[in-house]
Ligand binder design. Structure first.
Ligand code: FES
Length: 103
């Protein structure tokens, strides 16, 4: 995913919400924090729960599975010990759509 790929209408990710989308064969968690968009891998690297089922507070995503807190800015999460990092994605809004590109 070297270029930006169209993911979803921006209106589907209103402020303080998250949505998992399939883009370029990857599951991407899109989050809107106070109008700024973040993109991170959507499948928890602990036991593969969908992170969009968790809760969002500022840039912290708490997995609904077992409570790992992920940081949308770094892709890092700790469950007893650090888990495998989530990939991060750049997100841009254009013409009412969100586009993502893996970093
Ligand atoms: S699956 Fe996410 S914390 Fe266990």
């Amino acid at each position: 995913m070297a270029e930006f790929i169209k993911a979803v209408e921006a209106s589907k990710v209103p402020p303080e919400t998250m949505l998992t989308v399939e883009v370029g064969g990857e599951s991407v968690l899109l989050a809107n924090v106070d109008g700024k968009y973040y993109g991170m891998g959507a499948i928890c690297t602990h036991e593969e729960w969908d992170l969009s089922e968790g809760t969002l507070e500022d840039t912290a995503v708490t997995c609904a599975g077992h409570g790992t807190v992920w940081d949308l800015k770094t892709g890092k999460g700790v469950f007893d010990e650090p888990l495998q990092d989530e990939p991060l994605y750049d997100v841009k809004e254009e013409d009412g759509f969100l586009y993502v590109k893996r970093r």
